[in-house]
Design a binder for this molecule. Structure first.
Ligand code: KIV
Length: 285
């Protein structure tokens, strides 16, 4: 692994040796910041829809949206492994549609793709992997299916659902995925799946016994309007940014900003152009 680029293979090898640290990012500065902080994986998640684009759910996020944001993240040239989320509608119709979409996301700068679903999407995972693109699976709460699942409730609390999740996770592994996200799964069920799989589990809201953790950056830094109960907030960026902009507004209104250090001065007496009246024209630098 060393100090170089983190690959899908490196992420696989972390299972059993060290915890995988993953976080979402959606643009150049956030990708650069989280990379400097030393995360292993950056997911350009379709949570983009809510936390950045202000959409009601992930269902409205398009492949074009994802390509643009994956490209912005890739331009930060992170050391972390960059995973591009496949948005709703970009892999469901057929395996060939899934491969075409995954190729577009890799051309935009993704180094792997993530898609939601279990055994029902095994053939899509196989086809994308056969095209040479690493796939991260995603089971448990799958927000793109919230209409069918009846909302954003936790999964795997009862035996029947825990069994279904285990079978789905095993199907994802057998289809060739190199890792899998478990979202909002009961801790005991996530721990069982983690023990049964040979690929790493990266969890969000699924307890402590997974191979890694992922959080949505805007939940972690306090920039989301609403956050799920399982997210931990490490910063109140909303208040910090609002406070900075309030200070700016106050200084503009009081004439404190811009100060002498923020202005350039003309090198000649430009007032002469206005017949002696002072002018606001600037100089040539
Ligand atoms: O879109 C996203 O941010 C995700 C994470 C919640 C895993 O899929």
């Amino acid at each position: 692994m060393g100090g170089g680029k983190v690959t899908a293979r490196d992420v696989m090898r972390m299972k059993g040796s060290r915890k995988i640290v993953a976080v979402t990012a959606y643009d150049y500065p956030t990708a650069a910041i989280v990379d400097e902080a030393g995360v292993d994986v950056i997911l350009v998640g379709d949570s983009l829809g809510m936390v950045v684009l202000g959409l009601p759910s992930t269902l409205q996020v398009t492949l074009g949206d994802m390509e643009r944001h994956v490209a912005a993240v890739a331009r930060a040239r992170p050391r972390a492994h960059v995973v591009a989320d496949m948005p709703f509608g970009s892999y469901e119709p057929s395996s060939s549609v899934a491969v075409e979409s995954a190729v577009r996301l890799v051309r935009a700068g993704g180094e792997a793709v993530k898609l939601e679903g279990g055994s029902e999407y095994s053939d899509r995972i196989k086809a994308i992997v056969a095209a040479g693109i690493p796939v991260m699976g995603h089971v448990g709460l799958t927000p793109q299916r919230h209409l069918r699942l009846g909302g954003y409730r936790p999964r795997g609390k009862r035996l029947g659902e825990a069994r279904e999740l285990l079978l789905d996770a095993e199907a994802v592994e057998q289809a060739g995925a190199y890792s899998i996200v478990l979202e909002f799964v009961a801790e005991e069920t996530a721990a069982l799946i983690t023990r049964r799989l040979s690929i790493p589990t990266i969890c969000i809201g699924s307890g402590r016994y997974c191979d890694g953790q992922i959080l949505v950056l805007h939940d972690l830094i306090g920039l989301a309007r609403e956050s799920p109960p399982f997210a931990k907030r490490y910063l109140d960026a909303w208040s910090l940014i609002r406070g900075a902009v309030e200070s700016y507004a106050e200084e503009v209104r009081k004439g404190v900003f811009p100060g002498e250090e923020h202005v350039v001065h003309a090198k000649e007496r430009v007032e002469e152009l206005a017949g002696g009246e002072p002018s606001g024209e600037d100089g040539d630098g």
